[in-house]
Design a protein around this ligand. Structure first.
Ligand code: SF4
Length: 327
């Protein structure tokens, strides 16, 4: 069996917050990511989904080394990344790239597109100036931008076009894995589909794998073979896309799915809507037992007060896993 491209095991990221003791130790920790595990195979994609504040972006940033991990393991082709120095990270920076939510904030407004795209090529030592110029033009073509606009600045492009520049920058080093941190959520709905389609085309063309972060299941539906659902720093369900959409096993997944519009108007009119009450609780003071129990519509189906007492373990069965006390 071939090894997964990326293996994430029991990854945690806690942030110290609040006043410190006399010894300088934090008295409280925000448990943004709490024991998350998943694999990504080469050329395939995993969608990581959950409401704002569930820890999915922190998870992504910890994987790419923007935050040091508190504990756990991130392996890329078998190499442990969490213990690498800055210099040790360099070859992996090329192979693991990131696309950010806000394309405008992630591009330097003082640089032209040519300069923006030349930066990673120079950093990774990819070609002489003439070769790099040709590569920049082919990157622009690959993401559907006019190569004649190479000397323009980010403010001269629309939001969707700026995200295309961000994608071109991510492609510059010929990565194997791109971590997409809500790359379409700041864009108009009409543009979102174009960017998702582009990412799908690029994946086929360059044999890419994606870790695609989204708060909306509809966005990951067309792009990701597997979907993992996160709640308050933990994975609550992971399954192949078709199975998760056809038969969600965790009450939180069911609630998220019930908010996704259905293409058939007849089904759309009659299907059950599960409205989640309140917001995701603070990871500083998570609820006891199952973190989802204060909002769960199926809590009454579990005998006694097990849901508020006992944290459900993530149980694997075949291709799926779920953290819930329901039978
Ligand atoms: Fe709901 Fe209980 Fe399952 Fe948590 S363990 S999701 S509260 S049924």
């Amino acid at each position: 069996m071939t090894r997964p491209l990326l293996e994430v095991q029991e990854l945690t990221k806690h942030f110290p917050v609040g006043p410190r003791t006399l010894m300088g130790k934090a008295q409280q920790h925000l448990r943004a990511v709490d024991g998350v595990s998943f694999n990504i195979e080469r050329g395939l994609s995993l969608g990581l989904v959950g409401e704002s504040g569930c820890g999915k972006s922190t998870c992504a940033r910890t994987i790419v080394g923007l935050h040091p991990a508190t504990s756990g393991s991130v392996r890329y082709e078998g190499t442990e990344l969490t213990t690498l120095s800055r210099r040790g990270w360099l070859p992996y920076r090329r192979k693991i790239q990131m696309i950010f939510q806000d394309p405008y904030a992630s591009l330097d407004p003082r640089q032209t597109v040519a300069q923006i795209l030349d930066e990673p090529l120079k950093l990774f030592g990819l070609g002489r100036p003439r070769e790099r110029r040709l590569r920049i033009l082919s990157l622009l073509e690959a993401v559907g931008l006019n190569p004649r606009h190479v000397q323009r600045y980010p403010h001269e492009f629309s939001g969707g076009q700026r995200q295309r520049i961000g994608i071109a920058r991510a492609l510059a080093g010929e990565p194997d894995l791109i971590v997409c941190d809500e790359p379409v959520s700041a864009l108009d709905v009409s543009i979102q589909a174009q960017i998702v389609n582009l990412l799908g085309e690029l994946r086929e063309r360059f044999d890419l794998a994606y870790l695609f972060i989204a708060h909306d299941l509809a966005v990951v539906r067309h792009l990701c073979e597997r979907i993992a659902v996160m709640y308050l720093g933990r994975l609550v369900e992971e399954a192949p896309r078709e199975e998760l959409f056809k038969n969600p096993a965790h009450p939180y997944t069911k609630a998220l799915l019930s908010a996704v519009p259905y293409p058939d108007p007849e089904v759309e009119r009659t299907r059950e809507r599960i409205v989640l009450g309140g917001d995701v609780p603070s990871p500083l003071t998570p609820p006891s037992g199952c973190p989802f129990h204060p909002r769960c519509h199926q809590v009454g189906e579990v005998s006694g007060d097990r849901c508020s007492r006992e944290v459900p373990a993530l149980v694997h069965e075949g291709q799926r896993s779920r953290a819930c006390h329901l039978d």
